[in-house]
Design a protein around this ligand. Structure first.
Ligand code: GRF
Length: 207
């Protein structure tokens, strides 16, 4: 039997995308194993969800900065992911920007989910940005991570209509439902080796 494809999942919050991916792994819809779950927030739901599922989960203190990891934290994240022999780093609500050393350590092997149709509304609270802007359709995007913020090659997108009576919370909730469909599909395609990247274009070899 060939070695399983190994995922390292990073998150700072609830962990609903992690749970969707873990369910898809358990149902053999993603041919992979979750090797490690890491968080920069000790009380994050993602860590308790992982522990309930007996998946190795660890809090790593992020250090002194607010929006990125400090040097020591970055070194620890990289070390734990390397020791776990991770093939793909999956960001699932990880609220810190990854910098040079991390990006080099896992070049072209980091993916993220963002709650808008990129390149519209990068950055924080993208669902609120979409609502405030008045767009009629928004959604979510899975993309490779590069040095920009929410800027790497787009792997998949799913649309979500904006309703007349939406609040930021109701819209984010419907976007989350779309995320839980899209992210497992994209991770499965990568694990199966069905994704190739040419410049900014990501090609799905099978659909
Ligand atoms: C999601 O909306 C995701 O798009 C964004 O952060 C949120 C994470 O939610 N990057 P969860 O922790 O997976 O529930």
């Amino acid at each position: 039997m060939s070695n399983p494809f190994r995922l390292g999942i990073l998150g700072s919050g609830k962990g609903s995308n992690f749970a969707a991916i873990a369910d898809a792994v358990a149902a053999a819809k993603i041919p992979a194993e979750i090797a490690a779950v890491l968080s920069d927030v000790e009380s994050a739901g993602i860590l308790s969800h992982a522990r309930e599922r007996k998946i190795p989960a660890r809090f790593i203190p992020p250090g002194k900065f607010r929006t990125k990891l400090d040097e020591e934290a970055e070194r620890q994240f990289i070390e734990v992911l390397r020791e776990a022999n991770v093939n793909l780093v999956v960001l699932a609500g990880f609220m810190r920007v990854l910098k040079g050393d991390f990006l080099h350590a896992f070049e072209n092997r980091i993916v993220n989910i963002h709650p808008s149709l990129l390149p519209s509304f990068p950055g924080l609270e993208a669902w609120k940005q979409a609502l405030d802007h008045g767009v009629k359709v928004t959604g979510c995007t899975v993309h490779f991570v590069d040095a920009g913020v929410d800027a790497g090659p787009i792997i998949g997108q799913q649309t979500v209509p904006v309703l007349e009576n939406d609040t930021p919370e109701s819209l984010h909730q419907r976007i989350r439902v779309a995320e839980h469909e899209l992210y497992p599909k994209c991770v499965a395609a990568i694990a199966r080796g069905e994704i190739s990247v040419t410049g900014r274009r990501v090609i799905w070899k099978k659909n």
